[in-house]
Design a protein around this ligand. Structure first.
Ligand code: ADP
Ligand code: MN
Ligand code: MN
Ligand code: MN
Length: 336
């Protein structure tokens, strides 16, 4: 039987390799540790290049099916220290803090992405060397002149459901060739594990289709929407009676650490957070009820029922969900 191990390599790339194990395993701690050559991924020097893989989460493998599994691993030196690109290690520390764990943090992440034609790196469905008609008809659209790549999107949706990823939906986006899937609500670190596995499954499917997956936050300059990863968030207190007061307090904490969050919310996010195209400018922090031009949006339902959740609209599509989710929990729970 196969176990398929995966690695987040240097920067944003996802890497994987496969191995055979002797029988079905459902608990990651029962899987053997493994290793790879870190000098081939820019994660270790050539002289001492072994990087250790620690299995952390198991999903069903939608490609090999049967008893096969996908294993989310994080990376350590042979002496057991997390390597610099292992962002899961610090996130797990924050989520294991008793004050955070007892709040049962929920995250719902909206992952926007763009599909590109492989040879020219130009969005799927766009005329070569030219532009489609202006934005307006594409969001949640159907039809051959408005929705480009639905076979990929739906194959991904089905594969995530099969894998056991808590995928909550998909929709076509404002820019043609751009799509979104949502994860959650998922508890604690599992939301970030699921985003990475869902990204992995998506890139495997685009590989089959000969299409390029882009997580660039502003793939096309000009009057075209960028791509974000809105992060919806709640704690047990926010979901309980009186939660709206806790939400407002949490938003106050986020405002105080705006710069720290912005610096950690994705490369190239300044090209996206301009103050137009349903974003707030990067230089300000602004929150509001039902305001899609805000940094943080509270839903009408949450205001009305006096409890619920809020949406951090700042994270870019290429953000690391381990960093973003753990930083939100840290700022809103630990820095009181
Ligand atoms: P939008 O209107 O911004 O496009 P979506 O419907 O795409 O919103 O995404 C909303 C996300 O919020 C979903 O991933 C959903 O799982 C998540 N969500 C719903 N309730 C909560 C909650 N109480 N805490 C955290 N996330 C939540
Ligand atoms: Mn959405
Ligand atoms: Mn969206
Ligand atoms: Mn949103």
């Amino acid at each position: 039987m196969h176990g398929n191990q995966r690695v987040g390599g240097s920067g944003m790339d996802i890497r994987s390799k496969a191995r055979t194990i002797s029988g079905p395993v459902s608990d990651p701690s029962k899987l053997p540790k493994w290793n790879y050559d870190g000098s081939s991924t820019d994660q270790a020097p050539g002289i001492d290049s072994e990087v250790m893989l620690y299995p952390q989460a198991i999903f069903k493998d939608p490609f090999r099916r049967g008893n096969n599994i996908l294993v989310m691993c994080d990376c350590y030196t042979p002496s057991g220290e997390a390597i610099p690109t292992n962002k899961r290690f610090n996130a797990a520390k924050i989520f294991n803090n008793p004050a955070v764990a007892s709040e049962e943090t929920w995250f719902g992440i909206e992952q926007e992405y763009t599909l590109l034609q492989k040879e020219v790196k130009w969005p799927l469905g766009w005329p070569l060397g030219g532009f489609p008609g202006p934005q307006g008809p594409y969001y949640c659209a159907i039809g051959a002149e408005k929705a480009f790549g639905r076979d990929i999107v739906d194959a991904h949706y089905k594969a995530c459901l099969y894998a056991g990823v808590n995928i909550s939906g998909i929709n076509g986006e404002v820019m043609p060739g751009q799509w979104e899937f949502q994860i959650g609500p998922s508890v604690g670190i599992s939301a970030a594990d699921e985003i990475w596995i869902a990204r992995y499954i998506l890139e495997r499917i685009t590989e089959i289709s000969g299409v390029v997956l882009s997580l660039d936050p502003k793939p096309i300059e000009g009057n075209w929407n960028g791509a974000g990863a809105h992060t919806n968030y709640s704690t047990k207190s926010m979901r309980s009676p009186g939660g709206y007061e806790i939400i407002k307090k949490a938003i106050g904490h986020l405002e105080k650490r705006h710069d720290v969050h912005i610096a950690a919310y994705g490369e190239g996010n300044s090209r996206r957070l301009t103050g137009s195209h349903e974003t707030a400018s990067m230089d300000i922090f602004k929150w509001g009820v039902a305001d899609r031009g805000a940094s943080v949006r509270v839903g009408r339902d949450t205001e009305k029922s006096g409890k619920g959740y809020f949406e951090d609209r700042r994270p870019a599509s290429n953000m690391d969900p381990y960093i973003v989710t753990s930083m939100i929990a840290e700022t809103t729970i630990l820095l009181d």
